[in-house]
Design a protein around this ligand. Structure first.
Ligand code: TRP
Length: 447
C-alpha cells in the first residue's frame, strides 16, 4: 500500500494512541475489577504489570506495525512470509469482536446516562433508587439495544471519515478535556464525608487478599486498558510516520492511561464508601456512584452532562481503534472498500452486542461456566485472548524479528541513541513470556 495514510502531527499520534487506551477500561472496568479483587493490592500488581509487561509489549506492537506499515494480517505476511505467525492476525480479529460485543453495549449505557443527565433524571434520587434504576435499565430488552445501535452509528461515521480527519481529530479535542474534568470530580469526591475510607481501600495494600486469580485479573486489566495483545497498536503503529519515537510514545501512552485509571479510582472509591455502596458491586459501580457524586455538587446538572458526554467520547475513541483493526484488515487483505468493510463489521458487532445485552436481562438464566455471555466475552477476551496475543507477540519480536529492523525502528534509523535497548530486549524475550505463562497457568488453576 503506497498511499496509506499516517497521523498528521506528533500530538495526533499521542492523542490517537491515548484515545485508544483511555476508555471504559479505565473509568468503568478498572474500578470494579479493583473493587472485586482486593483493592490496594490489586493496584500494585496492576502497576507492576503495566511497567514490566505493558510498556515493552506496546513497543513491540509499534515495531511490528511501523516496520511493516500493514494491518494485523498483512504485517506478518510481510515480515514473516510463509510462516504461521499470521495466526496473530486471526486471533486479533476474534478478540476485537468479542470485546466490541460487550464494550459497545456498555458504551450504549453511557449514552443512555448522557440522555438521563440532559433530562436531569438523577436529581433528588437516593443511592438505592439510582442503583435500582441502573439494574432495571440494563436488564430491559429494548432500550439498551437502541442505544447500542446509536453508538455504533457514531463509530461508522468516524471510521468512514478515515485516519486523519476522523480518528485523529476526535481524539485531539476530547482527551485533554476528559483529564481536566476527572481532576475536578476527584477533588469533589475526596472532600465527601467519609472519603478517607475509600482512599485507604484504593491505596492501602492488603496482600492477604491476593491469589492467583487476582494476578490473572490484574494482568488482564493491564492488557485491556493498554489496548494490548490484539493488534490495535500494530494497526495504529502502522500509521506513525518515520519521525515518531516509538519508545517515548509507548511510555507516554502507558503513563497517561495509568494516570486516568488512578484518577477514576480516586473519583469513585470515596463516593462508594460515602454512599454505602459495596466496592465489589461489579459493572454497575460507575453508573451508580458517579451520579451520586454529581448530585452532591453545585452545578451537578452541567457536570453530569459533561461527564457522560466525555465518557461516551472516550468509549468512542476506543471502539474506533478496535474497529480499525478489523477494517484495515478486511480492506487491505481482501480488497473490500473501507466503507463496505465497515458496514459488515458494524453489523456483526450489532448482532453480538444484542446477544450480550439480552444475556443480562431476558436470557440471564443461560450461563456458560457460570457466566452470562456478556461476562464470558469479557473474561475470555481480557484474561485469555489478550495475554495470549501478547505472548505470541513477545516471542515473535524477541526471537524471530530481525535485530536490525528492531534497532532501526527504535532509533528512527539511527537518528538518535537510546539507553534502554538491553533492558527492553530482556523484558520482551524473557520477562514477558515467562510472566504471562506463569500467571496463565496459575490463574486457570493448572499450577
Ligand atoms: N483500552 C480501551 C479501554 O480501556 C479498550 C480497548 C481499545 C482495547 N482497543 C483495545 C482493549 C484493544 C483491548 C484491546 O477502554
Amino acid at each position: 500500500m503506497d498511499n496509506r495514510s499516517t497521523f498528521a502531527t506528533k500530538l495526533g499520534v499521542i492523542a490517537a494512541a491515548v484515545g485508544s487506551a483511555v476508555g471504559l477500561g479505565n473509568i468503568w472496568r478498572f474500578p470494579y475489577e479493583l473493587g472485586q479483587n482486593g483493592g490496594g493490592a490489586f493496584l500494585i500488581i496492576y502497576l507492576l504489570c503495566v511497567i514490566v509487561l505493558g510498556i515493552p509489549l506496546i513497543v513491540a506492537e509499534f515495531i511490528i506495525g511501523r516496520s511493516s506499515s500493514s494491518n494485523v494480517g498483512g504485517a506478518f505476511k510481510k515480515l514473516a512470509p510463509g510462516t504461521h505467525w499470521n495466526v496473530i492476525g486471526y486471533m486479533s480479529v476474534l478478540a476485537s469482536f468479542l470485546i466490541l460485543g460487550f464494550y459497545a453495549v456498555t458504551a450504549g449505557w453511557t449514552v443512555e446516562y448522557l440522555f438521563q443527565a440532559l433530562k436531569n433524571g438523577f436529581a433528588g434520587r437516593s443511592p438505592e433508587e439510582l442503583r435500582d434504576a441502573f439494574t432495571s435499565f440494563s436488564t430491559t430488552t429494548y432500550t439498551p439495544i437502541i442505544w447500542l445501535f446509536i453508538f455504533l452509528l457514531a463509530n461508522y461515521f468516524i471510521i468512514v471519515g478515515g485516519v486523519k480527519n476522523g480518528i485523529e481529530k476526535a481524539s485531539n479535542i476530547m482527551m485533554p478535556i476528559l483529564f481536566v474534568l476527572l481532576i475536578i470530580f476527584c477533588i469533589r469526591s475526596i472532600t465527601l464525608p467519609g472519603a478517607s475510607e475509600g482512599l485507604s481501600f484504593l491505596f492501602k495494600p492488603d496482600f492477604s487478599k491476593v491469589n492467583s486469580s487476582v494476578l490473572l485479573r490484574a494482568m488482564g486489566q493491564a492488557f485491556f486498558s493498554l489496548s494490548l495483545g490484539m493488534g490495535c497498536l500494530i494497526t495504529y503503529g502502522s500509521y506513525f510516520d518515520r519521525k515518531t519515537k516509538l519508545g517515548k510514545t509507548a511510555f507516554t501512552v502507558a503513563s497517561l492511561d495509568t494516570l486516568v485509571a488512578i484518577l477514576a479510582g480516586i473519583m469513585i472509591f470515596p463516593a462508594v464508601f460515602s454512599f454505602g455502596i459495596s466496592p465489589a458491586a461489579g459493572p454497575e459501580l460507575v453508573f451508580v456512584t458517579v451520579p451520586n457524586v454529581f448530585m452532591q455538587m453545585t452545578g451537578g446538572y452541567i457536570w453530569s452532562v459533561l461527564f457522560f458526554l466525555l465518557l461516551t467520547m472516550a468509549a468512542l475513541t476506543s471502539t474506533v481503534s478496535m474497529f480499525e483493526v478489523v477494517t484495515a484488515f478486511i480492506h487491505e487483505e481482501y480488497n473490500v472498500s473501507r466503507k463496505k468493510a465497515t458496514i459488515w463489521i458494524i453489523s456483526l458487532t450489532f448482532i453480538l452486542g444484542t446477544i450480550c445485552s439480552l444475556s443480562l436481562g431476558p436470557w440471564k438464566e443461560q450461563t456458560i461456566f457460570g457466566l452470562t455471555i456478556f461476562d464470558l466475552f469479557d473474561y475470555v477476551s481480557a484474561n485469555i485472548l489478550l495475554p495470549g496475543g501478547g505472548l505470541l507477540i513477545s516471542i515473535y519480536v524477541g526471537y524471530r524479528l530481525d535485530r536490525t529492523i528492531m534497532i532501526n525502528e527504535l532509533t528512527n534509523d539511527h537518528s538518535f541513541r537510546i539507553w534502554y535497548f538491553k533492558p527492553l530486549i530482556f523484558a520482551i524475550r524473557y520477562i514477558a513470556p515467562v510472566a504471562i505463562i506463569l500467571i496463565f497457568l496459575s490463574g486457570l488453576g493448572v499450577i
